[in-house]
Ligand binder design. Structure first.
Ligand code: CP3
Length: 345
């Protein structure tokens, strides 16, 4: 039994079912908020923003203050760990992230783990600052990218590629890929441990590029490195609930939920409620999965679909969220509509 005073989102991750599900949204902090744009204009660049705890804490809190979300997602980025591991990372307007590519796993092993942790210390500082300012009813979600999703950026150098270079490593360089994933799992476990120690209430693993993989490949590069990451976290003493988000997992979702050790799964936009309900154990918590394009479009259809998703998961622990991140040009009033629809039933 969860202790009294435990926030709704954490109780849901522990298996409680609520008529009105707790809510937060991926990328709830960021460019759709004028207060974010104002804060962002004061930072030298995006990395600097992420590494400045006063700013990152403020950005984390902005959507919570505005919307009264049940969850605050730490303001950081999945690529910070590559920067800390010694790969150059830049964010360029209109292009997105640019990462100095690796030639092999050795390039991920040049900075000792303790130094990686030290370089990411500002993120833990953000966690403790947010935690001290957050109402106890709101949960703070720490996060990292999954080993595969982060590795893609290290291999491809950019996000907007077909990912075939990275995916080919499965067949052409299996040992190098295995070693690189192992290094990512270990570094990520230390990073998430630090967030847990700094006061996060739950942790989330973003596997944004889990889509389009053959089933045997999915097991090798999604399930196995995530299972390793989760078991390392447990070995290191982390007891927090862990949400896994294997975007595009499709029919592999149940195996992912069963074999990685995560406490809950984040569902993406393409998840089919009947399939999810038929394939996951009845008490397995899920999070998701409103289409971000519908959130941006708004109107009656937004209210109707919000209600439909709530109804679809009525019988199981469910955290309401999007199927992917809030789009930059999303009207604030649409986010408000969803939140009030969930509060009023
Ligand atoms: O509200 C939140 O979710 C805040 C924290 C957060 C950011 N990135 C801030 C951010 C989180 C959880 C992420 C995760 C992230 N970053 C993912 C996984 C989730 C997903 O979207 O699939 C990925 C793949 C990245 C990598 C990344 N970071 C890309 C591809 C980009 C460029 C595209 C874009 O949206 O600009 C970023 C930059 C980024 N990360 C921004 C923010 C707010 C925009 C930077 C800016 O202000 O200019």
């Amino acid at each position: 039994m969860a202790a009294r005073g435990t926030p709704k989102l954490i109780r849901t991750l522990g298996g409680e079912i609520h008529k009105r599900p707790p809510v937060w949204m991926m990328r709830q902090a960021g460019r759709h908020l004028p207060e974010y744009l104002e804060l962002r204009s004061r930072a030298r660049d995006f990395l600097d923003f992420c590494y400045t705890p006063s700013m990152a804490a403020e950005a984390t809190l902005q959507p919570v203050k505005r919307y009264g979300m049940d969850g605050a997602i730490l303001f950081a980025d999945i690529l910070l760990i590559l920067d800390a591991m010694g790969r150059g990372v830049r964010f360029e307007k209109g292009i997105g992230p640019i990462v100095e590519t690796i030639g092999g796993p050795g390039d991920l092993d040049t900075v000792p783990l303790s130094a990686v942790a030290d370089r990411l210390a500002p993120v833990s500082e953000t966690v403790s600052r947010v935690k001290s300012q957050l109402s106890p009813a709101t949960s703070l979600i720490g996060f990292a990218g999954a080993p595969w999703t982060v590795l893609i950026y290290a291999i491809e150098g950019r996000g907007k590629t077909d990912k075939n270079e990275a995916r080919s490593w499965v067949y052409t360089r299996p040992d190098d890929l295995g070693r690189a994933l192992e290094l990512m799992s270990e570094a990520t476990a230390r990073y998430m441990l630090a967030q847990a120690e700094a006061g996060a209430d739950a942790l989330m693993i973003f596997d944004s590029w889990a889509e389009g993989l053959a089933d045997d490949v999915f097991r090798k590069i999604i399930i196995s490195p995530t299972a390793r990451l989760v078991s390392r976290l447990r070995e290191l003493g982390v007891t927090l609930p862990i949400i896994g988000f294997p975007r595009g997992a499709g029919a592999m979702l149940a195996e992912y939920a069963d074999q990685t050790g995560v406490s809950a799964v984040g569902l993406d936009t393409s998840a089919v409620p009947a399939h999810v309900n038929a394939s996951l154990p009845a008490d397995f918590p899920v999070q998701g999965h409103l289409d971000p394009l519908l959130l941006r479009a708004g109107g009656e259809q937004l209210v109707a679909r919000t209600r439909e998703i709530v109804a679809a998961y009525r019988g199981r622990p469910h955290i309401f969220n999007l199927g992917h991140g809030v789009l930059p040009d999303t009207p604030i009033s649409n986010v408000e509509t969803v939140v009030s629809c969930l509060r009023d039933g």
